[in-house]
Design a protein around this ligand. Structure first.
Ligand code: BG6
Ligand code: MG
Length: 219
């Protein structure tokens, strides 16, 4: 039986990809690195440090660890500053409605995000109260596609993976959900999240009615 839901944040609850893009792009321009939306899309779900490594690989460049850390911090400062403009209107369409519905029906709800800025994003959205458990980039050391962040959420909710549905927009996030034995809902194109149990193009279609209809035996 499904008793809990675990949500990724960036790309599921709110669209921060654009803000991440702007911050990485500013750094890339300063460093004379090539960086575009296609590379940015590869950064979905992966940690800040892994992200800068992907960007360097794309530019056939490498840097020592201290410089990597320093540049990642620089990008993060730009990203965090841009979050100040985010507000309670910045949910992806459908996300707040689903979270509200889950609250009304008494499901357990956890956040399972790779971001170390998740708490700040939730505060900006005024979304903290929708979550019983917050799993973020500080909660576990192994990032997606390892299942650790979702296992953390399930454990804190005192649920088994097979009692939870994970919502993800990243390929590595769906991989993580599957590796942990969770049911998964992918948000986005087939090429990215087509391996999820159920897929929607956007959160607007991901209503509790649709989810219950698809996973009918589990409710
Ligand atoms: C994920 C994003 O949620 O968090 C990634 O999809 C991002 O793009 C990662 O790199 C880490 O975020 P932060 O806020 O800790 O730099
Ligand atoms: Mg995401």
């Amino acid at each position: 039986m499904i008793k809990g839901f675990i949500f990724d944040l960036d790309g599921v609850i709110t669209d921060t990809a654009e803000l991440h893009y702007k911050a990485w792009k500013a750094l890339a321009d300063e460093m004379n690195w090539d960086f575009d939306f296609e590379v940015n899309d590869k950064l979905r779900g992966i940690s800040r440090l892994d992200s800068i490594k992907v960007i360097l690989d794309h530019n056939n460049t490498s840097l020592d660890n201290a410089t990597l850390q320093q540049l990642a911090t620089k990008k993060n400062d730009l990203y965090v500053a841009s979050l100040d403009d985010m507000g309670s209107d910045d949910y992806l369409p459908g996300a707040r409605e689903l979270l509200t519905h889950l609250r009304t029906e008494g499901f357990n709800v956890a956040l399972g995000s790779a971001s170390k800025n998740a708490e700040k994003v939730l505060q900006q959205l005024n979304a903290t109260a929708y979550f019983d458990v917050i799993g973020d980039g500080h909660s576990v050391s192994k990032s997606k596609p390892a299942p650790d962040i979702f296992l953390f959420g399930a454990e804190k909710m005192k649920l088994q993976p097979e009692e939870c549905i994970v919502f993800e927009d990243a390929e590595s996030g769906v991989d993580a959900a599957k590796a942990g034995g969770f049911y998964s809902v992918g948000i986005g194109p087939k090429e990215r999240v087509g391996h999820a149990d159920l897929r929607f193009d956007s959160m607007a279609e991901a209503t509790l009615f649709e989810i219950k209809s698809y996973f009918a035996d589990l409710f």
